[in-house]
Design a protein around this ligand. Structure first.
Ligand code: ADP
Length: 985
């Protein structure tokens, strides 16, 4: 015992007098000595701060206990030493119930223990502990406790003496570690940042982290709030399970950990077998072979995006704070990369959107950089130019600029670029098909958000059509103003002379002046009409009101209209009408004929002949046009031939242009506007035909135009316009045959149909003069047929004679739509009388009602009609017209549309309501241009539309009187086509 004591003292003396070089040497010696003195195997020097306890030096047989090991204070025997700040001893831990569950006891079975605080500068710095797996028989004697306390004091003093040195060293060490960390971090982030591809970034991260930590597996685990997480990247040492791509639905993870990670928690587990983690979680980890792990949340902005996880599989692993800090920084970098890649994605998307927009914009777009060189052209640009991006890039685009415009174009560009200003220019650019098109190019400088110049963006549109229109407009205005001023000057001059009275003594001169004024006024009117006409046709405002019409009929009307002019010019007019069915607007075709005929007459010498002919082309192929009618591909060619001065070959085409004349003096000497042929061409083109001229100078010219021929459906359709046509509708074949024979013998033309439906169809198509209608028919009854005929504006005026086996019902008043009733079998005499009656109006004094608010014009019209011995009435307002028409029951109305109180439409509307008036023939004589729907609203009986000033007074007279004649004489000698024509002059 004494021996021991003296040996111990020697030891103590030795260690207290030894000059240790460093801590390590001191610690090793003290622990060694302590163990020897106490007869225990394990000695530990701890540093203790609040909650954790770090081993600074150790002497032990246990591998687990190593310097640097950090344990929660509660998990060590020294907890009480630290707490009570005094020496604590246990001789048999296993016998203390409270200690049996202690982790150290559980793990290492240390039964005996002595620990004492190490004081440094009046504070407990740490503890000096000795322990053994041996149970001690007796308590630690006081001298042993004293020795341990003395050693602790000595260590404390040594630490205090060296603390300044230690902290300096720690700083250096810390700096070194920081440096290493930032170097590592820099290397890693550089690698991570090298890519902007998210997948690549994540893969680099796991690979780099794995190799740096020398961990067995590093993964990035993507988390979602609404579905299982997924391993999206992995770097794993061969031999351990690959878990890449696995969806991991770990409910206990979600419940217990996800929220903590969201709050930024980092988790380190040294050994999952010993860690206090949920069993299910431990199970999952061990299924991946995990022994130790380190988990760091990755945030994208402030949202938890996923986890950066390091696994150690081979054995447990103590993760150092250095490692966790580094990984945390890397996780932050990944978060930044994620945000960046999201931004990049957004930029890509917006770029894509821009591209789609640029490519689908119906304009040509270009973009250039600061250097003025173009970098971008949209799809439409490339399509337009027919070149590719490489050809256009830089200054390549300038190759497509018209050589004459190039210099100006480049200069505008350059000046704008130098001054950074918007620019706009017009130049010609070659299109893919080689044609140069006028382009409007607008450029705007671009600036980056910080305000520095980035280049230009520009937009081009094809303005060729606009320029052409502008050019036409300019030309038009200059021609029109010239054309208008010239006749106006003559009119004014002539009228001035007359008004001054100087010619009063020279009546011949006066008359000449009047003629000049009248002729020039006439020329002005024609010019205005032609200008309006061509404008309306070409802009599509005038609908061609096409109907079935007969070519011969149109030729005849046109020849009649021109006869007067030909006579005055001493020119023979020779027409060879050709009967052929056409689908055309008769008025417009007549307009073409009269224009060609008047030209031919104008340019023909006296005693020469102008021919009007027609010829059918041979080949025929049936097609259907847009209105659903069968049209033969066969065409009819009309010809107007003269023996005049002829047209030079180079003018044969140009004369069809606006204001084009062979000789500028033609308009003066021959009258005319140079618009006639342009109008003709428009009209013919609207009919699907062609118009052209052939000529031999000095011998004459021939104008040709073609029109498609309507397919001949029935023989009966080649109707002779000079004979009255009767439509016979009867389902009985023998009745049809008998009636047909009777009628033909009497010189009528017959269209025989077998049903009401057919009757309605043919009545509209062929416009017969009378309809003979049976009543008892299958399918559509006679009365229904009658109703349908009367409901149709086109057919309601065709007289209908009932030819029936039934007697008319004596009790009922005669049906208003029926002009006669014959009983089958028809008596020949009664039949012809009934037909005569239907075709002829009762012979009475003809009455015309003129509704016109302009008193001068009304006076002219009244005089005109009275000249024919016609009883003429005049109403100045709508109500007056209504009142007069009830009293007078006129045979013809001449109606102006713009009237005081109520207009012409209202007058017609009222007349339509009244049986006796609703079929009165009407001439609408107005200054307005009416469209089809307005015309429909204005139709009464036979209705003519004549436009004031478009039609000369002579023409008006001719048209209206011939209409009156046809009314008075029934329709003898005139075809329905003409009388139903809605003329528009
Ligand atoms: P205008 O109203 O001047 O007759 P057109 O367009 O009808 O206008 O005709 C244009 C020009 O074509 C005429 O001015 C004339 O120079 C020439 N022309 C037309 N028809 C004939 C023809 N039959 N013979 C000779 N020249 C013609």
């Amino acid at each position: 015992m004494l021996e021991n004591f003296s040996a111990n003292l020697k030891h103590l003396h030795r260690i207290s007098t030894t000059n240790y070089e460093d801590f390590e040497a001191l610690f090793v010696d003290y622990l060694e000595t302590g163990c020897e003195i106490l007869g225990m195997q394990t000695g530990i020097i701890n540093q203790v701060n609040d909650q954790s306890c770090t081993i600074i030096a150790v002497r032990s047989n246990f591998d687990k206990l190593s310097p640097g090991l950090e344990l929660p204070v509660g998990n060590t025997y020294c907890a009480q030493v630290f707490q009570e700040k005094r020496t604590i001893t246990y001789v048999h831990v296993g016998s203390i119930t409270a200690m049996q569950a202690h982790p150290i006891y559980q793990e290492l079975r240390l039964e005996s223990y002595i620990g004492t605080p190490i004081w440094v500068n009046s504070e407990v710095y740490g503890t000096l502990n000795f322990s053994s797996t041996q149970i001690r028989n007796s308590d630690f004697p006081p001298q042993e406790q004293e020795i341990v306390e003395l050693m602790a004091q000595s260590i404390g003093r040594f630490i205090a003496a060296h603390q300044t040195a230690i902290s300096r060293q720690q700083v250096v060490e810390e700096l070194r570690r920081q440096n290493q960390k930032s170097q590592l971090f820099a290397e890693l982030t550089l690698k991570i940042r090298q890519s902007l591809q998210l997948e690549e970034i994540l893969q680099t991260t796991v690979t780099e982290v794995q190799s740096f930590l020398e961990a067995d597996r590093v993964v990035i685990f993507r988390l979602w709030s609404d579905k299982p997480g997924k391993v999206v990247s992995e770097a794993v040492v061969a031999g351990w399970p690959v878990i890449l791509g696995q969806n991991i639905d770990d409910p206990c993870f979600r419940e217990q950990y996800q929220e903590k990670y969201r709050q930024g928690r980092i988790s380190t587990i040294t050994d999952i077998d010993k860690a206090q983690i949920a069993a299910c979680h431990a199970e999952l980890l061990s299924s991946f072979g995990v022994k130790a792990n380190l988990v760091i949340p990755i945030f994208q902005r402030s949202e938890l995006w996923g986890l950066l996880i390091a696994h150690q599989c081979a054995q447990a692993r103590q993760w150092s704070s250095f490692e966790t800090e580094l990984l945390q920084q890397i996780a932050d970098q990944v978060g930044i990369a994620l945000a960046q890649s999201q931004l990049l994605e957004a930029v890509r998307e917006s770029e894509q959107r821009f591209r789609t927009m640029a490519d689908s914009a119906p304009v040509l777009l270009w973009m250039s950089g600061q250097d003025g060189l173009c970098t971008f052209f949209n799809q439409n640009w490339l399509i337009f130019t027919g070149r590719d991006l490489d050809q256009e890039r830089g200054n390549g685009w300038s190759e497509g600029v018209h050589p004459e415009d190039l210099q100006q174009c480049m200069e505008t560009h350059r000046t704008a670029f130098n001054t950074r200003k918007d620019f706009q220019m017009e130049y010609r650019r070659r299109r893919a098909d080689g044609e140069y098109r006028w382009i409007l190019d607008k450029g705007t400088p671009r600036f980056t958000p910080d305000g520095s110049f980035a280049g230009y963006i520009g937009c081009c549109i094809d303005i060729s059509d606009r320029r052409e229109i502008e050019q036409l407009k300019d030309e038009f205005i200059s021609v029109v103003s010239h054309e208008l001023r010239t006749p106006l000057t003559s009119i004014l001059g002539a009228l001035d002379l007359l008004a001054s009275g100087v010619l009063r003594s020279q009546p011949e001169q006066g008359q000449r002046m009047l003629d000049i004024a009248a002729n020039n006024a006439d020329r002005l009117v024609r010019l205005i009409n032609d200008i309006l006409d061509i404008e309306r046709i070409e802009s599509g405002k005038v609908m061609m009101t096409k109907q079935v019409c007969d070519g011969a009929n149109l030729m005849n009307i046109s020849t009649e209209l021109m006869r007067n002019m030909a006579q005055k010019a001493g020119v023979n007019l020779s027409a060879v009408p050709k009967s052929v069915r056409l689908w055309a607007d008769p008025d417009r075709i007549i307009q073409v004929f009269t224009n060609l005929l008047s030209n031919a007459i104008k340019f023909s010498p006296p005693d020469s002949t102008v021919w009007l002919r027609a010829q059918l082309q041979e080949e025929s192929e049936v097609t259907t046009d847009d209105s659903g009618l069968s049209v033969e591909a066969r065409q009819i060619v009309f010809q107007v031939q003269d023996q005049g001065r002829g047209i030079p070959a180079d003018k044969l085409e140009t004369i069809f242009g606006r204001f084009q004349q062979v000789d500028a003096s033609d308009s003066r000497t021959k009258g005319g506007t140079g618009l006639g042929l342009a109008i003709c061409r428009s009209i013919i083109q609207h009919h699907g035909g062609q118009i052209w001229a052939e000529s031999t100078l000095g011998e004459g010219s021939t104008f040709y135009f073609t029109l498609p021929v309507l397919q001949e459906e029935r023989e009966a359709l080649a109707l002779d316009p000079t004979k009255p046509t009767v439509l016979v509708c009867d389902d009985d074949a023998s009745v049809r045959a008998v009636v047909q024979t009777m009628l033909k013998q009497q010189g009528y033309q017959v269209i025989a149909v077998t049903s009401g439906e057919e009757a309605v169809e043919h009545a509209e198509q062929d416009m017969p003069d009378v309809i003979l209608l049976n009543l008892m028919m299958p399918s559509m009854h006679g009365w229904e047929t009658l109703e349908a005929l009367k409901a149709n504006l086109e057919t309601k005026n065709i007289p209908v004679i009932i030819l029936s086996g039934l007697m008319p019902d004596a009790r009922e008043s005669p049906h208003p739509g029926v002009s006669d009733w014959l009983i089958k079998p028809p008596d020949e005499r009664l039949l012809f009388q009934a037909l005569e009656r239907a075709l002829t109006k009762p012979n009475h004094q003809v009455k015309v009602l003129i509704i016109e608010d302009d008193l001068d014009l009304a006076q002219v019209l009244v005089t005109l009609f009275e000249g024919y011995g016609i009883e003429t009435y005049h109403a100045q307002t709508g109500p007056e017209a209504i009142e007069l028409s009830q009293r007078v029951i006129p045979d013809l109305l001449v109606l102006d549309l713009i009237l005081p109180e109520c207009d012409g439409f209202a007058v017609v509307g009222w007349l339509r309501q009244h049986n006796r008036l609703r079929r009165v023939p009407l001439v609408v004589y107005t200054a307005e241009d009416l469209d089809q729907s307005e015309r429909e609203l204005l139709k009464l009986g036979q209705t003519l539309f004549l436009t004031k000033s478009r039609i000369t007074p002579e023409e008006f007279e001719q048209r209206v009187i011939s209409l009156l004649n046809s009314i008075v004489q029934g329709r003898e000698g005139e075809s329905n086509h003409e009388s139903q024509t809605h003329s528009d002059y």
